[in-house]
Design a protein around this ligand. Structure first.
Ligand SMILES: Nc1ncnc2c1ncn2[C@@H]1O[C@H](COP(=O)(O)OP(=O)(O)O)[C@@H](O)[C@H]1O
Ligand SMILES: [Mg+2]
Length: 499
């Protein structure tokens, strides 16, 4: 196999954005006719590397070689003329022009005769191109405005395919695609490989890459960590390379102990609201109570009711001291914390600093004689930055510039800093990489050990089973089943009650 020729060679590629070293002297080679995976946690440099290869931006130092020759693309079109095309992570279609014009952007010359665009020919060609890829239901003449993100991604794929690349770069595209879209993409990838073309396929989904790729390259913190061939591929090896430390074989709790106390911390009685019909539950101290179900089963609304963001039409939520949940402000005073599923819009103030986000629910404790002490603020934030290993430039960095995992750490830090007693976590690990995921699970176990009460709403069955002392399964606004922590509870058990 190793006699295949090298198509792309990267030699000491480095790139910084201000203080951020996005790539640090990255060197590797990829061979012609292979589908090569590029994996790494958020922020590891995958997009930076691939956009450099695609001529979208330039490295600060180091060289690329294409087919053995120094390769310095001036821009995207120069890269395309060298046979290198890319499907970018962000949206890459242009509004206000047609589907066909998007597919042939930069190639309009092919359709112009005597200075006139032959629109009909362009539309016919576009229809043929879409059909060849198996993309149906898109009219070449329609404007892309109003098309879904998924449909637009398919157009970008069609555009990249049309350039007949010898090297196609695909950046985190599959998260935007449904099953049919993925099959179209996988079909294209296989066809390219059959024709001895090369694909660099970027994802942070280990299993997807293991299925598709001939080899996988791992980046971490802007550095090349290594590559595994098909035979060497192994989930835990890849995880270890991505995260840089051993991730326990099981991410979850390994004990079977169940909850630590029977003391009720919070109790909801006969809650009705929207589709929620008569939901009652008790959350105990020292317990992780999982709530599972399909997205629209009412569990997310329930979380908001427990914290006082939504007032139910009927029923009440009471705390151990007999007081009733009224509104979020009152809940904070009563030492409740709530991490929303919608991190960017509800859990955090994106256009504010990390410091302000963490300090917000804690201002009353940070005040000296009615004035907030900046020194205490800094100390508080430093403490949680360190203990949760939040990666950020400094405390004044806006939250919107952090990676998803670090945002989630900030949204948890603000409640940890307030030393809350009751935590309501709605999908705490949604869209988060495995390293941070395992940190969050450790944190939850830690809170449980401290006899705090944790309610975890989740759409992920392994997480519900792996972390909870007890799981309540909801369907259509009602609790349909209750399961105590046990080896006998499987995903199938829960699914039966969910759908
Ligand atoms: N245009 C940019 N300006 C500032 N920082 C950037 C820019 N592009 C990337 N970065 C930073 O460089 C690092 C690598 O980013 P990226 O290549 O997008 O990672 P990945 O694609 O692996 O998630 C991250 O810390 C990111 O915040
Ligand atoms: Mg990226």
């Amino acid at each position: 196999m190793n006699d295949k020729k090298t198509i792309l060679k990267a030699e000491n590629i480095s790139k910084s954005f201000g203080p951020t070293k996005a790539l640090q002297s990255v060197s590797f080679e990829i061979r012609q006719g292979e589908v090569v995976g590029l994996i790494g946690e958020n922020g590891s440099g995958k997009s930076t590397f691939s956009t450099i290869v695609a001529g979208i931006q330039k490295q600060d130092s180091g060289n690329l070689y294409l087919n053995g020759e120094l390769y310095q693309p001036k821009d995207i079109n120069d890269a395309i003329s060298h046979g290198v095309s890319m499907v970018v992570q962000e949206q890459g279609t242009l509004d206000n022009i047609s589907v066909a014009a998007n597919i042939f952007a930069g190639k309009e010359d092919e359709f112009s005769r005597f200075g006139f665009m032959d629109i009909r020919k362009m539309n016919e060609k576009a229809a043929a191109q879409l059909e060849e890829l198996g993309i149906t239901g898109i009219n070449p003449a329609q404007l892309v405005n109003g098309m879904s993100f998924e449909e637009r991604k398919l157009l970008e794929i069609a555009r990249a395919a049309y350039t007949d690349p010898q090297l196609l770069l695909i950046d985190e595209t599959t998260t935007a695609l449904g099953k049919d879209g993925r099959d179209i993409l996988y079909g294209l990838i296989n066809k390219l490989r059959d024709n001895n073309k090369t694909v660099l396929f970027i994802s942070h989904d280990i299993e997807e890459l293991m299925n598709i790729c001939d080899s996988i390259i791992v980046l971490r913190d802007g550095k090349y960590i290594g590559a595994l061939s098909k035979e060497e591929m192994d989930i835990s090896a890849l995880r270890r390379m991505m995260v840089g430390r051993e991730i326990a074989e099981s991410l979850y709790r390994t004990d079977d102990e169940g909850r630590k106390s029977d003391e009720v911390a919070l109790s909801a009685e006969h809650i009705r609201y929207g589709l929620l019909k008569d939901v009652s539950l008790q959350l105990h101290r020292g317990e992780i109570l999982g709530i599972g179900g399909l997205t629209d089963c009412g569990m997310h609304e329930l979380g908001k009711i427990l914290f006082g963001i939504i007032t139910p039409d009927y029923g009440k939520v009471t705390l151990a001291d007999g007081s009733q949940i009224k509104d979020p402000y009152h809940s904070v005073k009563k030492k409740l914390g709530y991490v929303s599923k919608n991190r960017d819009t509800e859990a955090l103030m994106s256009a504010s600093s990390v410091r302000d986000n963490i300090c917000m629910p804690n201002l009353y404790r940070l005040a000296d004689h009615g004035l907030v002490s900046p020194k205490k603020e800094r100390e508080l934030v430093a403490k949680w930055q360190e203990s949760l290993e939040i990666k950020m430039r400094d405390q004044s960095q806006f939250v919107m510039y952090l990676s998803g995992g670090n945002k989630q750490k900030v949204s948890m830090a603000k409640w940890l800093a307030s030393d809350a007693d009751i935590y309501i976590f709605d999908c705490p690990t949604r869209g988060i990489d495995i390293g941070v995921k395992s940190d969050i699970y450790k944190l939850m176990i830690d809170l449980k050990e401290k006899n705090k009460a944790i309610l975890m709403i989740s759409e992920e069955l392994p997480e519900l089973i792996g972390m909870s002392d007890r799981v309540l399964v909801m369907k259509d606004g009602e609790i349909k089943g209750e399961f105590l922590r046990s080896k006998d509870v499987t995903e199938h058990t829960l699914i039966d009650y969910m759908i």
